[in-house]
Design a protein around this ligand. Structure first.
Ligand code: C2E
Ligand code: MG
Ligand code: MG
Ligand code: MG
Length: 275
């Protein structure tokens, strides 16, 4: 097809690809250096209990302050980090950083850290988690590990074994972005999660879309029957919050409450939520 498209078209395509590859190579190199230069930081976004509006947990979200480019979000650099083999080191770094910060919060506030499927493949994940807990002194039950359904796609079930080991360490296991996978309900049978986070795409369409509302209702009920807490993510409006409360969802996260905040600011937010 490329040949048939003629020389001109082919060149344009080639140059675009080349540009893309080059910028990706550049990003890899810059990212490799970023960790050592302290350009990575962790922001925290509060999760709020719907019944009393207190902060129950804060999710650690990685940010990269790239010189000359400003803040870069994880959707742009995590895939590059995975490709460059940097996700292990970056994941280890944020685990340590998140646990250390949480030590400065009230004892009933947990911290959530996102894990990449690559961290499961390395065989070092359990060790890394234990080491972050030891170094910080954080109680294991205050650490929540968020995984997406992609982690359970591993056909060997090896990752389920890793989840069971982590559970034995005492940390909580959370299913993130629930409802976006190929077999969302099936995944709930493979491991007893502590918490389900209903994907933002369902919340976005509330309160008007019947389908989204039906799904919210079903997942909230599922959470109750399976003894898993439920969280809605991406809550931006009061109407979305009202629906979630009406369906008996346990907690919410979203811009309506707070954007992800630098570590210094999240402490103040937590204190304010308890007054
Ligand atoms: P996630 O774990 O589902 O995190 C929630 C994302 O939704 C965050 O985007 C957050 O800023 C955004 N968000 C929160 N509330 C709202 C809202 O009300 N409206 C909208 N439109 N968005 C909201 P962020 O920080 O860009 O992170 C994107 C994804 O990158 C995360 O999705 C997570 O999968 C991944 N990620 C972030 N930090 C890490 C990390 O340290 N390690 C790994 N492996 N992945 C990470
Ligand atoms: Mg998450
Ligand atoms: Mg999510
Ligand atoms: Mg997400």
């Amino acid at each position: 097809a490329a040949k048939q498209a003629g020389r001109g078209t082919f060149r344009v395509f080639d140059e675009a690809t080349d540009f893309h590859l080059q910028s990706r190579q550049k990003m890899k190199a810059a990212l490799r250096a970023a960790l050592g230069k302290g350009e990575l930081s962790v922001f925290f976004q509060p999760l709020v209990a719907l019944l009393d509006r207190r902060v129950t947990c804060c999710e650690a979200l990685m940010r990269w302050h790239r010189p000359g480019e400003g803040w870069v979000g994880p959707d742009q650099f995590i895939p590059v980090a995975e490709e460059a083999g940097l996700i292990g080191a970056m994941g280890r770094w944020i685990l340590h950083e998140a646990c250390a910060q949480a030590m400065g919060w009230p004892e009933d506030v947990s911290v959530a850290v996102n894990l990449s499927p690559h961290q499961f493949r390395s065989g070092l994940l359990v060790e890394d988690v234990i080491s972050a807990l030891r170094a910080s002194g954080l109680s294991p039950h205050r650490l929540q590990l968020e995984i997406t359904e992609s982690v359970l796609l591993d056909p060997t079930d090896r990752n389920v074994g890793v989840l069971q080991e982590l559970r034995k360490v005492g940390v909580k296991i959370v299913m993130d972005d629930f409802g976006t996978g190929y077999s969302s309900l099936g995944y709930l049978r493979s491991f007893p999660f502590d918490k389900i986070k209903i994907d933002r795409s369902f919340i976005r369409d509330l309160p008007d879309a019947r389908e989204a509302l039906a799904i919210l209702k079903a997942v909230a009920g599922l959470g109750r029957s399976l003894d898993m807490r439920t969280t809605v993510e991406g809550v931006e409006t009061q109407a979305q919050l009202d629906c979630s409360l009406a369906e008996g969802v346990d907690e919410a996260q979203g811009y309506l409450f707070s954007h992800p905040l630098p570590a210094e600011e999240v402490c103040a937010y937590i204190s304010r939520s308890r007054r």
